[in-house]
Write a protein that binds this ligand. Structure first.
Ligand SMILES: [Zn+2]
Length: 108
């Protein structure tokens, strides 16, 4: 039973990783985002993920050329802001179409 729940959790996490990335692209396209802000935003949408999960996602999206990072000093600390690149915007447009199509089909 416990094993079953764990597996279900693992499968959902894998699916949510894609949603989370689309969500990141959506907001980074609207304005520069930083990790903590994104964590709060995701929490509001019911994704309780940790910084330890989110930061590697941001880093890999950056190295894939979807996001560009800019360091800014805020209250004496360096804060990393991310915005979408042209490639990131193109992926967002495509993902939005796909998400919309899927939603039309699977909604109850
Ligand atoms: Zn949002």
């Amino acid at each position: 039973m416990k094993g079953g729940l764990y597996l279900e959790d693992k499968i959902l996490r894998r699916l949510f990783l894609g949603f989370i990335q689309i969500h990141i692209l959506h907001h980074a396209n609207e304005h520069p985002i930083f990790g903590l802000w994104m964590l709060e935003e995701l929490k509001e949408h019911g994704y309780d993920i940790s910084a330890g999960t989110l930061y590697p996602i941001l880093h890999s999206m950056e190295s894939e050329g979807l996001l560009v990072k800019e360091d800014q000093k805020v209250e004496g600390k360096i804060r990393k802001y991310y915005t979408t690149t042209e490639k990131g915007n193109a992926v967002l447009i495509e993902a939005r179409k796909k998400a919309h199509e899927l939603f039309k089909e699977i909604k109850e």
